[in-house]
Design a protein around this ligand. Structure first.
Ligand SMILES: C[S@@+](CC[C@H](N)C(=O)[O-])C[C@H]1O[C@@H](n2cnc3c(N)ncnc32)[C@H](O)[C@@H]1O
Length: 219
């Protein structure tokens, strides 16, 4: 099945509210647990970068998991960032900064980061090199990269069954978004080709029927 693009930025207020109110406890904590296991440094005190942070649920979980860290979290959607900013308690505001900007042209406050991560953003990008080039722009030797995203199912029927299996109890707007995201996602082979084109040596692992986990250290 060919990839079918979905809108790149999540700008629609209803869509943004539904996404921000959805219960992502299990998948988002799973992402942070995998990231923490892979990084294996609970005392990490450097600065990390979250690419396409949306309403910030994963950014907040990262800040909690790494209490000595600083985090810059970027998104192109101001409605998403308004929700993230509203949830930013003063205690965290000294070390968690939300930034409006578009991959790959965003200009960030630091020239490089020690950890760069991203969840569920790659499939939004018409040109996937926007993610890989942003990583290259802000990584130096030793930067750790952790990316998770959806994988495109073999056909529409499999995508429809996944929507039933995993989002049947969610509002219609979330079910529709999940379906469109599945159709916009890449295959493992496509991601491997993108990484080769970007000259990034990262490991690509399928971790469920619908998720890919990409990790590595920049050399
Ligand atoms: C599905 S959400 C994921 C949000 C968050 N990472 C999470 O896991 O909850 C995808 C986000 O990527 C953002 N996005 C898409 N393309 C982008 C780009 N080129 N630059 C910056 N943000 C982008 C969208 O606005 C949206 O907030």
């Amino acid at each position: 099945m060919k990839r079918i693009l979905e809108p790149e930025l999540m700008l629609d207020e209803r869509q943004v509210r539904a996404y921000a109110e959805a219960d992502f406890e299990i998948p988002h904590q799973d992402f942070i647990n995998r990231l923490s296991t892979w990084v294996n440094e609970p005392g990490f005190s450097g600065t990390a970068l979250d690419l396409g942070c949306g309403p910030g649920d994963i950014s907040f979980r990262f800040a909690k998991a790494f209490p000595l860290s600083k985090l810059h979290a970027v998104d192109g959607s101001q409605p998403m960032l308004n929700i993230a900013q509203a949830a930013l308690i003063p205690d965290l505001a000294t070390r968690l900064h939300f930034i409006q900007g578009l991959l790959p042209t965003v200009i960030l406050p630091q020239s490089d980061y020690e950890i760069i991560f991203s969840n569920s953003v790659l499939h939004h990008l018409p040109d996937p090199q926007a993610l890989w080039q942003t990583i290259k722009n802000y990584a130096i030797p030793g930067t750790r990269i952790i990316i998770m995203d959806l994988l495109r199912p073999a056909n529409l029927a499999v995508a429809q069954k996944m929507v039933q299996d995993y989002t049947a109890n969610e509002p219609d707007i979330l079910q529709r978004d999940f379906y469109h995201s599945l159709l916009a996602a890449f295959s493992i082979e496509e991601i491997s080709t993108q990484l080769a084109q970007a000259d990034l040596q990262l490991q690509v692992e399928q971790i469920s029927d619908r998720h890919v986990f990409i990790t590595g250290v920049i050399r």
